[in-house]
Design a binder for this molecule. Structure first.
Ligand SMILES: [Zn+2]
Length: 62
């Protein structure tokens, strides 16, 4: 696992907007696109690779 020390620009795969991976982002972290609000997964932060996060059903029942 790696973290990024500085903001890294990536392109939202959904809408093409520029999204910055904030410092401290870790591999696998989920970030919202500020433009289309898609959930993006930082597959890797070094080098920065972003993908649409898999849809997760909100099922918090136990
Ligand atoms: Zn987007």
């Amino acid at each position: 696992m790696s973290t990024n020390p500085v903001p890294q620009p990536v392109v939202c795969p959904e809408c093409g907007a520029r999204v910055d991976l904030p410092p401290g982002t870790v591999d696998g972290e989920i970030l919202p696109c500020g433009d289309c609000l898609a959930e993006l997964e930082a597959v890797s932060v070094n080098p920065p690779v972003i993908a649409l996060a898999p849809e997760i059903e909100e099922d918090w029942g136990e």
